[in-house]
Design a protein around this ligand. Structure first.
Ligand SMILES: CC(C)(COP(=O)(O)OP(=O)(O)OC[C@H]1O[C@@H](n2cnc3c(N)ncnc32)[C@H](O)[C@@H]1OP(=O)(O)O)[C@@H](O)C(=O)NCCC(=O)NCCS
Length: 217
């Protein structure tokens, strides 16, 4: 699947040699949409939580925005089955990174330890209110490629693929502070899902079958 755009970009399936570029886009957008480089002890921490596991465990649902001049400048990753993904995260992803991230003991207070504690608790992704939205996704684009319609096209690629994999609906868990992303999801037909104790996150969902609101207006 691919779609060429007038400005020399293409949305195409993820390939293994995109890994480094996807990690770079992730860290440069991981601070509530802004640049997270330098915030954590290692710049690979956020990608190791929010990009790497999807690329390993569900590569067929990963798509990249490839620019002729700049290479991979955006991506969408996710899963069609959050419950199965959480099991695979625990069984295959946590052991893979065990030498990098020893499990924090006691209450995590430092930014790195807070994220590493999340890494060791993938079951946090399973919430009863989200049961009818089994797919979930993460999407990020470098700043100079934002607000050009690429996000819409990446979401369309993901929804089509997730629907083919049997997921009737998708959810996102996004930082409530990321107001730009909230507007984006609102424009694409996502609605808020009430969740008990959402913490700093808002949960949004939509069907994977209707492309209404996702196609360019
Ligand atoms: C959020 C993000 C994925 C949106 O992708 P995008 O390519 O910039 O969005 P699009 O150009 O496809 O925009 C689709 C619609 O959302 C609106 N929109 C997108 N970003 C917006 C923003 N920051 N503020 C207000 N509206 C926004 C667009 O105006 C457009 O509306 P339209 O119906 O008038 O056309 C992208 O901006 C991004 O990667 N941001 C940084 C990382 C991030 O926040 N990721 C999401 C984490 S939950």
């Amino acid at each position: 699947m691919s779609s060429t755009e007038a400005n020399e970009t293409v949305i195409r399936p993820y390939r293994a040699d995109d890994l480094g570029a996807v990690y770079e886009v992730c860290v440069r957008t991981a601070d509530a949409g802004g640049d997270a480089r330098g915030i954590y002890r290692g710049d690979e921490l956020m990608p190791n939580l929010f990009a790497g596991p999807y690329l390993l465990l569900d590569p067929d649902l990963a798509f990249v925005l490839d620019s002729e001049g700049s290479g991979v400048v955006g991506y969408v990753v996710g899963t069609a089955d959050t419950r199965a993904f959480v099991g695979a995260y625990r069984d295959r992803w946590i052991p893979r990174l065990a030498h990098h991230y020893p499990e924090p003991s006691g209450e995590a207070t430092e930014p790195d330890d807070i994220m590493i504690a999340l890494h060791y608790r993938p079951e946090r992704m399973i919430l009863p209110e989200l049961a009818s939205y089994p797919a979930h996704l993460h999407i990020d684009l470098l700043p100079s490629f934002q607000r050009c319609g690429h996000g819409r096209r990446l979401i369309a690629a993901f929804l089509t693929a997730a629907h083919r994999r049997g997921a009737p609906a998708v959810h996102v868990g996004m930082l409530t502070a990321n107001t730009g992303a909230r507007t984006f999801y609102d424009r694409l037909g996502f609605h808020e899902i009430d969740v008990a104790d959402p913490g700093p996150l808002s949960y949004l969902g939509r069907s994977t079958s209707s492309m209404a609101a996702v196609a360019a207006p």
